[in-house]
Every structure is written in C-alpha cells, then in structure tokens.
Design a protein around this ligand. Structure first.
Ligand SMILES: [Zn+2]
Ligand SMILES: [Zn+2]
Length: 193
C-alpha cells in the first residue's frame, strides 16, 4: 500500500502496514513564522507520527510563486520550490497567504504520498479575523493543519468524513476549530497506528 523508502519506514505484516521507526522530517520556515509555532509543530508531529523534526529557516517564498493581483502565493508552485531545493521529507510553514487555481485560499497543501507539504499560518491567526490575541488557539490550529498535510504526504491518507478527525477537510476557520489534532480510529487503522 505504501512505497517504502530505503530507510524502511514500514513493516508489512499480514497485509497491515505498521509504523516501526522514527521518520525524519525537515520543517522549513518560510518568512516570519513565530518560533513557538515551529517548536510546537515539531513536538506534535513527534507525538502523532513519531516523526523527528529538524527546523531550518529561509527568508521568504520565491517571488516567482507570488500573484501580485491577489497578494497571495501559489501553493503548488511553492511545493515545487521545496521539492527542488530541499532534500528529504519537507514540511514548509509560511506566514504568507496561499491559494490554488480552484480555491480562494488554502490552509495548506501536500503532494499525496510525496515528500513535500506546506501550510500557511496567515489565516490561522485570530488577528486575521480581528479577534483578540490567543497564542494557544493559534498554535493549536497550526498543529492541526501540519498533521493534516503530513497525513496526506507521508501516509497517503485522504479526507475523512469525521469532522473531529484531523484528516477532515477545512474550508473555513470554523472547520479547523471543530476538528481535533487526532486521527480518528478509521484513519489510525489505515496507517497501522
Ligand atoms: Zn487535505
Ligand atoms: Zn479520520
């Protein structure tokens, strides 16, 4: 069901896939992302998927991925940028707003069963909705979106109908707040957790 890389991430046993070792991931901060968010995401990826994260910083997203008329960045092009410029498994986190051709904005995007994923914290900040500062809420939202995109990228998980499952699709910030940072039992079963 999953293509294992040379480091053998999974053990196939009786057609069930079992996660056996720590998986490495590079968390790439693109632009101005609060350190606490990066640390929190690293911590929670370890809890959720036993992933060992390493944080690196870059100044900004490439200009070629920017749409000046929308003041947003094209997420699939940013994913291509990450794939081209970084080795290994990558989660990009940016403070800039992202979109794809078919959607006004996206909280994140990933290459399904690939090695690059991306989230934007722009619309996760309560300040975006003119609400009072709330670090816990802000960090919690970033964690959910990070786990969601990594679920697509590394485990090939699709969207889940359980609205509390971290793999449910978020169209609005309300959807992000309804879901938890946890996989539901069905999704867990799919990846052998
Ligand atoms: Zn998704
Ligand atoms: Zn689920």
């Amino acid at each position: 069901m999953f293509k294992s890389r040379p480091s053998h991430l999974f053990l196939i046993l009786n057609s069930k896939t079992i996660l056996v070792v720590n998986i490495k991931i590079k968390i790439v901060s693109l632009g101005k992302v609060p350190k606490k968010i990066l640390e929190k995401v690293r911590e929670e990826l370890k809890i959720a998927f036993r992933m060992v994260g390493d944080i690196t910083h870059t100044d900004r997203l490439p200009k070629s991925t920017y749409n000046q008329f929308r003041n947003q960045y094209r997420s699939h092009e940013v994913l291509n940028f990450l794939e081209k410029n970084y080795e290994g498994r990558i989660l990009g986190i940016t403070n800039e707003d992202l979109y794809t051709e078919s959607l006004n904005f996206v909280f994140g995007q990933a290459k399904m069963r690939g090695r690059v994923a991306l989230i934007s914290i722009s619309r996760l900040d309560p300040a975006f909705f003119r609400q009072p500062e709330d670090e816990d809420l802000f960090e919690g939202r970033a964690v959910k979106e990070a786990i969601h995109e990594v679920g697509h990228m590394t485990f090939g998980l699709g969207h889940c109908r359980n609205r509390e499952c971290v793999m449910s699709f978020s169209n609005t910030i309300g959807d992000v707040d309804i879901k938890t940072k946890y996989l539901c039992d069905m999704c867990k079963m799919q990846i052998g957790l």
